[in-house]
Design a binder for this molecule. Structure first.
Ligand SMILES: [Zn+2]
Ligand SMILES: [Zn+2]
Ligand SMILES: [Zn+2]
Length: 269
């Protein structure tokens, strides 16, 4: 990789623009695939009406302004994904323990860590190691209708490219896997909605409050509690999305304020 960039660096050293290039590279935090913008930004002085050129890419190395790609995947951009992971950690930590304007009293609100996994779309090559030595991939016997073995006696190494691949591509329900991935975010939303409905049924309230004909208000669950959550989607080796989520019960206060929920609202609900 160094051999690829050295000739470019040599050119910039020769024409005296290396310092400016290095400043840009540092500003984008070492992004692997920065977006290259060309153009200018003018600023208008509102008091005098004077227009001043603020930035012009023409005066920068290669005539471009570099902007970080912001990709979250380490395989695409190690630097931007690292930055994102750090930001995400701060948000999750603030939600669980407080910080970043969130009071540390949220640590005492009922909370749950949940993992929501995809169903099976057919057996895939896998590495089974539950804190011990790795086991054989799949102990099933016999053959599928396409004549392929239902099991696999191998102990796959860690980075085996076969991991996640179906034992039979014809039995594997690839279409269902695609539909699952497409709709997984909606399923998560439905799960949260259903959680509200089940809690409401459990304590004998409607989910949403409403005004009765006589002008009084029938209180609803959403008048009392709020399920706050953050979720992270992870692609397993088999290509199926699953979610890790942190759910926290709050009182249904104004956004940006955090109060503990009523005492009956516990994680056991
Ligand atoms: Zn990047
Ligand atoms: Zn296998
Ligand atoms: Zn088959």
């Amino acid at each position: 990789m160094l051999a690829d960039v050295l000739p470019d660096c040599a050119d910039h050293l020769a024409d005296g623009t290396f310092a400016a290039l290095w400043a840009q590279v540092q500003r984008v935090g070492g992004c692997s695939h920065p977006i290259r913008l060309a153009g200018f930004v003018d600023q208008v002085d509102r008091a005098t009406g004077e227009i001043r050129r603020h930035v012009d890419s023409a005066g920068l190395p290669d005539g471009t302004i570099l902007v970080p790609c912001g990709n979250r995947r380490a395989s695409v951009c190690p630097s931007c994904s690292y930055l994102y992971a750090g930001d995400a950690w701060q948000i999750v930590h603030a939600g669980v323990a407080g910080g970043q304007d969130v009071p540390d009293t949220v640590a005492r609100h009922p909370g749950l860590f949940v993992t929501v996994t995809a169903p099976s779309f057919w057996a895939v090559h896998s590495r089974r190691a539950n804190h011990g030595p790795a086991q054989r991939c799949n102990d099933r016997h016999g053959r599928c209708p396409h004549g392929r073995p239902r099991g696999c006696r191998l102990v796959h190494p860690d980075h085996d490219p076969h991991l996640g691949a179906p034992l039979c591509v014809d039995c594997h329900d690839t279409a269902a896997l695609v539909v699952w991935n497409r709709h997984a975010p909606r399923l998560w939303k439905r799960t949260i909605d259903l959680t509200y409905r089940q809690i409401a049924a459990h304590i004998g309230l409607p989910v949403l409050g409403y005004d009765r004909a006589d002008g009084t208000h029938r209180i609803g669950l959403r008048d009392l509690i709020r399920i706050s959550y953050i979720k992270v989607a992870e692609a397993q080796a088999r290509g199926a999305i699953h979610f890790h989520g942190v759910l926290r019960l709050d009182a249904a206060t104004e956004p940006g304020t955090w109060q503990p929920p009523p005492v009956w609202a516990t994680a056991d609900l």
